[in-house]
Design a protein around this ligand. Structure first.
Ligand code: AHR
Length: 650
């Protein structure tokens, strides 16, 4: 219903401006909103893990890169050997006296685009070492290689290696200044040589203070958003480019020193963003992942390989994948992962979890099988996985996939197959442009309510020629998300993608959170996600204009929920129009005097291309406000290009 008001302009006989009425029926409490409704997707792309969320500051710490000294600059007499103490990471370096009084032997690590240190912070240096020639001494330094000052070394400590057997040694370095691109230098002091392995440097202050911990500011940014589900580890990373380089979760647990290196497929996937030194140390592995989910209160959603290499890279090549009758080890990996998460401490894999420090089960509820797979090649492989998981763990919810297309023949075929296989959820991906986002305001209204539920597992607005985190993209994402919310009876999970990007090392954008070696900023898309995550409510409320969903017909998109716990009605409205819109929000059924206050939260930028940056991280952030409510109606003028949320306490 539209209520026409006469504006001054109309009085002058020039035009009529109408207020649009959005009706929210607060008495008609609808479908529950799942706790998993708004989530995140983590993949080691854009240096998201090594060089990002994972706190390790040394690149190639175990000398396992194909070029053993990649990331290191060696000087003097340094030899690489491969009979070290950790069988799956056998390489180490031997430093010996260069035989010249003034020269030294040692090596310098360049970190990930430098080593970021912050003034006053402490860093834990550790190394596995031995000296077969009697007690040896090494000097460990944080240096600023491009220092214009008197000194190049920022911090320096000596360490004595006292044993002829491999032992772990540690010391602490304190940074006197903040430096983005410091380096770690180690060299021999004295004549006795040393063998060094797994050379590591971590900030002492990691998230939750853990030794093999996560970068605090980045993990905190995740926690601050309050995601309900956390998908990991990919993405295409799950498949690798070939089976050999697929993600194998069993390689990511146990002592970090013995986790084998894997190639990172994002090293060379894009020729225009090529990073030859991008590998996966697996230091942030499946244990750390489950722990992080627990820390931030999100349900875990691991993705496991379905016996397929990347389908894009191996187009129509059946031979690139595991024959269906040889899938058993892959299926066993899936079952063992569930046991690692949920098994008791006496089970084979539960024991390994307990040994790593988490006796209690993690309470895993979901498992995704396959990333972006499509066609019969996938369906016939998924089938035996589903059968085996159902048999051993009937309570686990299985997530299948409809492939990389957001619609079309293969997408439809995927949904039919997932229904036949009785997947609990189907993972849909859509990286699409502005028009697509604007025209999909009713995407989920027509979905079958009796089949599997939807997991919108990877999506972002990839603007036409505007593939970066500008405001317009986030506004259109907010608009589409009203459709997720209205259809919470069928949309059970969603996740924007990808999550992290290093400003010097990205391959893909837009991304939710950006960082350099010491700073972080949250994109405007992050704030959209956060507004939804923190205000998802408990149940959907009908939200209509002219008896229809508010899905873009007049450039407005809207949805509403009730939060029974917080006693709030929450209405989200997105105005994508180029002009402000008068809107009457009519909360039908609200008792007189029942609403005590209305808070608003507004995300807006007059410049559609504007973005948050490291230097201006809070350029676009949600702004709080209040607005009056009278007889159950909020009358507002929503500025052009604005996402506004109303929270009505009752
Ligand atoms: O998020 C980046 C990539 O996009 C993911 O790895 C893949 O699933 C999708 O194609």
């Amino acid at each position: 219903m539209k209520k026409t008001i006469l504006s001054l302009v109309a009085l002058m006989g020039m035009a009529t401006v109408s207020a649009e009425t959005i009706e929210v029926n607060v008495k008609k409490v609808g479908a529950p909103v799942q706790s998993t409704m708004y989530g995140m997707f983590f993949e080691d792309i854009n240096f998201g893990a090594d060089g990002g969320l994972y706190g390790e500051l040394v690149k190639n710490r175990s000398f396992e890169f194909p070029q053993s000294l990649m990331g290191w600059q060696a000087f003097g007499k340094v030899t690489v050997k491969d009979d070290g103490p950790f069988p799956r990471c056998p390489h180490y370096v031997s430093l010996s006296d260069p035989g010249h009084k003034e020269r030294r032997t040692g090596l310098t690590n360049e970190g990930f685009f430098g080593i970021g240190v912050t003034k006053g912070s402490e860093y834990r240096f550790s190394v596995w070492a031995r000296s077969k020639e009697g007690t040896a001494k090494i000097r460990v330094q944080l240096i600023n290689p491009s220092s214009m000052g008197e000194r190049q070394d920022l911090a320096s400590q000596d360490m004595e290696i006292t044993s002829g057997d491999w032992k772990k040694y540690e010391l602490t370095l304190k940074a006197p200044v903040t430096e983005q691109k410091a380096q770690l230098r180690i060299f021999l002091v004295g004549k006795h040589g040393v063998d060094l392995e797994h050379i590591s440097l971590f900030p002492k202050e990691t998230f939750k203070g853990r030794e093999n911990g996560l970068r605090k500011d980045l993990a905190q940014a995740l926690a601050d958003a309050h995601p309900g589900i956390f998908r990991f580890p990919g993405g295409c990373i799950v498949e690798g480019v070939d089976l050999e380089t697929r993600y194998q979760w069993k390689n990511t647990i146990g002592p970090v020193e013995n986790r084998p290196l894997n190639q990172n497929r994002w090293e060379y996937t894009f020729e225009h963003r090529y990073f030859p030194d991008y590998y996966q140390s697996y230091g942030l592995g499946f244990f750390e992942y489950f722990q992080l989910c627990e820390d931030i209160g999100a349900d875990a959603l691991p993705v496991i390989n379905v016996g397929m290499a990347c389908q894009f890279q191996n187009w129509n090549n059946e031979a690139a994948h595991v024959p269906v009758d040889q899938l058993q080890p892959y299926i066993q990996d899936a079952l063992d992962l569930i046991e690692f998460a949920n098994g008791d401490e006496n089970s084979e894999w539960g024991k390994k979890r307990a040994e790593m420090g988490h006796k209690a089960p993690f309470g895993l509820k979901y498992l995704a099988v396959g990333n972006e797979q499509w066609d019969d090649m996938y369906y016939k492989r998924l089938k035996p996985f589903v059968e085996a998981i159902r048999k051993a763990y009937p309570q686990i919810k299985i997530v299948g996939t409809s492939g990389p297309d957001s619609e079309g023949e293969m997408f439809d075929k995927g949904w039919v197959a997932m229904k036949e296989l009785k997947a609990d959820l189907v993972d849909e991906h859509f990286y699409r442009n502005e028009e697509w986002f604007l025209s999909h305001g009713l995407r989920y209204e027509s979905y079958d309510r009796k089949g599997p539920k939807v997991f919108a597992g990877e999506y972002a607005c990839h603007g036409k020629g505007k593939k970066w985190n500008h405001f317009e993209a986030s506004l259109l994402e907010a608009a589409l998300m009203t459709d997720f919310e209205r259809n919470a009876d069928v949309v059970y999970m969603t996740a924007y993608a990808p999550l992290f990007a290093h400003i010097d090392g990205w391959q893909w954008r837009p991304d939710l959170i950006w960082f350099d070696n010491t700073r972080v900023f949250k994109s405007c898309s992050y704030y959209v996600q956060q507004m939804y995550m923190m205000n998802k409510g408990t149940n959907v409320l009908p939200c209509l204009m002219d008896k229809k969903p508010v899905a873009g017909e007049t450039g407005l998109y809207a949805s509403a929920v009730i939060d029974k716990d917080k006693k709030e009605y929450i209405v989200k409205v997105v105005n994508v129009n180029a002009d402000a819109r008068e809107v009457n929000l009519n909360l039908k059924g609200l008792k007189k005097g029942q609403a005590l206050s209305v808070e608003t939260l507004t995300l807006h930028s007059a410049d559609l291309d504007a973005e948050n940056t490291l230097d201006n991280p809070e350029k676009i952030t949600p702004q709080k406000g209040t607005i009056a409510i009278s007889d159950g109606t909020i009358s507002d003028k929503i500025p052009a290009k604005t996402f506004r949320m109303y929270k009505v306490k009752y």
